[in-house]
Design a protein around this ligand. Structure first.
Ligand SMILES: [Cu+2]
Length: 482
């Protein structure tokens, strides 16, 4: 198994080629998989160390704002040990550089597009004015630039920025256009949670790297490589103490189901929108593209000299389950702890509007049977309105043994966080706790979510965060009016 080279027969998906964007011919560093056999790179798990994405230095500052500059450009990176892969990047790194922001202090990012494709930069989870939201039609053409302003008038949370250009967001993000945006505030800083080098992001995503190094955008069921912080199944050396792990599923088209090989629990402390009110124990984390879960893991439970593997039980039967390995290599003092009470999340006002949304894969990627049209307003609401949205995945489960990534949907709202009230008619469980901006829907599942639309009026989006689905039309326009 370990060194076997798998030959994939990549043919058209029966009856569905038109709706799956990975069957389009993609340009710039990726090739069509529809006609030729693909030789997958031989990747040995735990072959290289996991890097932590570099923190971006500001170019200047004013009394109220920090200014940054990012050049979007192609780069060659080592994803699988010994191979070079051409990727699309922010500033040449894969994933992009991390922006560290402070609640109450504005961040201004000048984005310069040196790529040969359109781009648009969306701050996922950021509450920003419409003209800075990276709307699909607000693109930065090759050679052009745009300056985005992020007010950061919101609580601490693990956000990320990624591409959102119309019909291109799946390819651009898959090819590397994603980076972290870690927003901090006093509440978060004063808690006795692990900090500094013991606060580590894990950006997990799917990939398919060919034997020649080419990063190929193709069907999710063929993307058997798992990357953490840009490296195929790395190891990470840790001390025998507690760590805060900020886990992102940055996959374009796949869910992950994370567990430790020994079944030990994670202590979840935060989700998409920041700290939970109280920590919750979980033994498995089900995450679809766009979701974040923050956990505290105490590696002293394993002891120096031991290793523990993080696995994906959502891997296909022909894939290896390993995601990464933690090697406990030293002792360290540890004054951190997880308080029983972390934060307070105020209840939402009573909802005055209720809406229904149906997500379909077949016969096309749609919401309420409509594909995204930037000129059609799907929802109009008044600034400050609290609403309940019933979101339903209309697809039935796949036959046993068949892959089902295309049947899952992850519902994402721009501008505001929501609470998950119910899942499949039952009160939301720990998996849906806290403030969310992306919620996972398996086949036949439905959720009831509630949100207040604001703090800004303007044009925004809601969409599936399986980006092959959103770029294929599973997206709607919401106009928030004064
Ligand atoms: Cu979807």
């Amino acid at each position: 198994m370990l060194n076997r080279r798998n030959l994939l027969k990549a043919g058209a998906v029966t009856g569905a080629a038109a709706v799956f964007p990975w069957d389009r011919v993609t340009g710039g560093g990726s090739a069509s998989a529809t006609s030729s056999a693909v030789e997958v790179a031989a990747a040995v798990p735990f072959d290289h160390a996991m890097p932590v994405p570099p923190v971006l230095s500001r170019t200047s500052a004013t009394a109220t704002s920090d200014l940054y500059e990012i050049r979007m450009r192609e780069a060659e990176v080592e994803i699988v040990k010994g191979l070079k892969s051409k990727v699309r990047t922010y500033n040449g790194t894969f994933p992009g550089p991390t922006i560290q922001a402070q609640s109450g202090r504005e961040v201004v990012v000048r984005q310069i597009n040196e790529l040969s494709v359109n781009t648009a930069v969306h701050l996922h989870g950021g509450h920003v004015r419409s003209e800075h939201d990276g709307l699909p039609m607000d693109v930065i053409a090759p050679g052009a630039e745009r300056t985005y302003r992020y007010p950061n008038k919101q609580r601490a949370s693990s956000l990320w920025y990624h591409d959102h250009a119309h019909h291109l967001e799946d390819t651009n993000v898959y090819m590397g256009m994603a980076g972290l945006y870690l927003l901090s505030d006093r509440e978060d800083q004063y808690l006795p949670l692990p900090k500094g080098s013991y606060d580590v992001p894990l950006v997990i995503r799917e990939a398919l790297v060919e034997a020649n190094g080419n990063l190929l955008y193709t069907r999710p069921s063929d993307c058997s490589n798992v990357l953490v912080n840009g490296k195929e199944r790395p190891y990470f050396q840790v001390a025998a103490r507690k760590y805060r792990l900020r886990i992102y599923n940055a996959s374009v088209n796949r869910y992950i189901k994370l567990r430790f090989a020994d079944g030990s629990p994670f202590t979840q402390i935060a989700s998409d929108g920041g700290l939970l009110e109280a920590p919750v124990e979980q033994t498995e984390l089900v995450m679809l593209g766009g979701e974040r879960v923050e956990v505290v893991v105490d590696f002293s439970r394993y002891g120096v000299g031991k290793s523990i593997v993080l696995e994906n039980t959502g891997a296909r039967p022909n894939e290896r389950p390993e995601v990464m390995r933690f090697d406990v290599v030293r002792r360290a003092i540890d004054f951190s702890w997880v308080p029983g009470r972390l934060s307070y999340i105020p209840p939402l006002p009573k909802a005055t509007v209720e809406r229904d949304f149906e997500l379909r894969t077949f016969p096309a990627m749609t919401i309420n049977n409509k594909a995204y049209d930037p000129n059609r307003v799907d929802v109009q609401t008044k600034l400050g309105t609290t609403e309940i949205w019933n979101v339903k995945n209309m697809e039935a489960p796949a036959a046993p043994g068949a892959h089902d990534f295309h049947l899952w949907h992850s519902f994402h709202t721009h501008l505001t966080f929501f609470r998950v009230l119910e899942r499949n008619g039952q009160p939301a469980g720990v998996r849906d706790s806290g403030l969310k901006d992306t919620v996972t829907l398996g086949p036949n599942e439905n959720v009831k979510i509630a949100m207040t639309w604001g703090p800004y009026a303007g044009q925004y989006l809601f969409h599936c965060h399986q980006l092959g689905h959103s770029s294929g039309g599973q997206m709607g326009r919401i106009d928030v009016v004064e």
